[in-house]
Design a protein around this ligand. Structure first.
Ligand code: ZN
Length: 445
């Protein structure tokens, strides 16, 4: 299965210009999956109501809106037969035992937080689908025969929208929590330590959310693709062969604030220097086959007739392997040094987040591939995921694997995020069959 999975894996740069239209898949999902998909779509709509934005969706770590989302999601978990608690890191966890009490868990999950002005499905679909799978297993009686317990986790922070650092919930679960994060502040100046207290949790106990490697046997996540490959191939589902390496920085360019009257040869303009750097980042990343983004920039003091003395911008670099990410970064730093010399500015770079590329586990992937093949009736194939996911953090502790569901136009982190019920139905069916396939493999071994 290992090599066949590898053969089926394709790089997500493999997009044809002549993409077929976003047509209906040829088969029909089964009746259970169709009715469950309808419930899941409705639940995504309901969770979208818990938002910090008046018009649009924003739900961040340890916020009152997250607490409301947890209450509703807890009720669905309980209805699915799960025992629910909020863990010390502020993740929502539901659990049901397998054929004996105390068996290690298979963890299914995703995140319940969002970026500002988000769509309804990023993360959310993974949580509601995991609940649907749990419900299917408990109501059919199959759960009581499984050689593992089942945990459904709704992570409290994946996006990092509130405190800058990402994957906080999943790092805590994996035992990679950094207590220094408690000193990070949100845009209102509220420290994470205070946010934990406000949420009713003890900030000094966050580390106890960590699992032991013997507590669980693996982690599987369903997620929308957030890219256009499935659509271009007219497929509902794929597995994720690996999650790309990622590094995030805040880069501060320091020059000198002066009057617009300053001749060019005397200027140390931090904003035009940043512009040159950003252009270089774009060019270098394209040539390297990496994906980069500079999405935030601010200039100080910000006067129309004042040359910027300081400019700060964000940098996020992703690549299919650590080597490509690292060589891309090395080329970017070199280009930035060249700009510094020519524009007489200096640069400080602060690493905010770094994660190695994660290869998904062969056995879990083979189960997901089997689920896809049974649900869709077509060969499964794999994609590299350029978006980061909770699985990256969970992989510090456990084998992980992911299942992608097509989203319209590959659009995500936007109110225009859209999935179709039929793809969701194939997805939840494949997810459930993947869990059954894993049980069968464990029992065969
Ligand atoms: Zn996500």
């Amino acid at each position: 299965m290992n090599t066949s999975l590898k053969d089926k894996a394709m790089d997500s740069t493999d997009i044809t210009d002549t993409a077929p239209a976003f047509s209906h898949p040829s088969g029909r999902p089964n009746e259970w999956a169709c009715s469950e998909a309808s419930i899941m779509m409705d639940r995504c709509d309901q969770l979208a109501e818990f938002s910090q934005m008046e018009h649009g969706i924003e739900r961040t770590y340890l916020s009152p809106e997250m607490s409301q989302a947890y209450q509703l999601t807890s009720s669905w978990m309980e209805e699915a037969g799960l025992k629910v608690h909020i863990d010390p890191a502020g993740n929502l966890v539901g659990k049901v035992e397998g054929r004996e009490d105390g068996l290690p868990s298979l963890i299914l999950g995703s995140h319940l937080d969002s970026v500002p002005d988000a769509g309804k499905y990023d993360g959310i679909l993974g949580v509601v689908s995991a609940i649907a799978v749990a419900k299917r297993l408990t109501t059919s009686g199959l759960m009581g025969k499984l050689p593992f317990s089942l945990e459904v986790v709704g992570f409290g922070d994946e996006e990092g929208a509130r405190f800058g650092a990402t994957l906080l919930g999943s790092y805590a679960l994996a035992g990679s929590w950094n207590p220094a994060w408690l000193n990070l502040k949100d845009s209102n100046g509220i420290s994470m330590r205070q946010a934990f207290l406000d949420f009713g949790l003890d900030p000094d106990r966050v580390g106890t959310a960590a699992l032991n490697s013997t507590d669980a046997l693996g982690y599987m996540e369903l997620h929308i693709e957030q890219g256009p490959i499935l659509e271009s191939r007219d497929r509902s589902l794929s597995f994720v062969s690996s999650i790309a390496a990622a590094s995030r920085y805040v880069i501060t360019v320091t020059g000198e604030s002066r009057h617009i009257a300053t001749p060019y040869n005397l200027r140390r303009d931090a904003l035009t220097a940043a512009a040159e750097m950003i252009e270089a980042i774009d060019r270098i990343s394209r040539e390297a086959g990496a994906r980069s983004n500079v999405g935030e920039i601010s200039a100080f003091p910000g006067g129309v007739n004042v040359i910027a003395g300081t400019t700060t911008f964000s940098l996020d670099v992703r690549a299919g392997t650590d080597d490509i990410r690292d060589s891309t970064l090395a080329a970017i730093w070199h280009a930035i040094d060249v700009v510094c010399a020519s524009r007489k500015v200096s640069v400080e770079r602060k690493l905010i987040h770094t994660a190695s590329a994660v290869t998904c586990d062969a056995q879990l992937l083979s189960c997901i591939a089997e689920g896809i093949e049974k649900a869709e009736g077509k060969d499964a194939f794999g994609l590299v995921s350029f978006p980061g996911h909770d699985g990256m953090a969970v992989s510090d502790l456990l084998p992980i694997a992911m299942l992608y569901v097509r989203c319209k136009g590959g659009i995500s982190h936007s109110p225009d995020e859209s999935v179709r019920e039929i793809d969701v139905a194939f997805g939840v069916d494949a997810f459930e069959q993947a869990v059954e396939a894993l049980a069968a493999r464990i029992d065969e071994a």
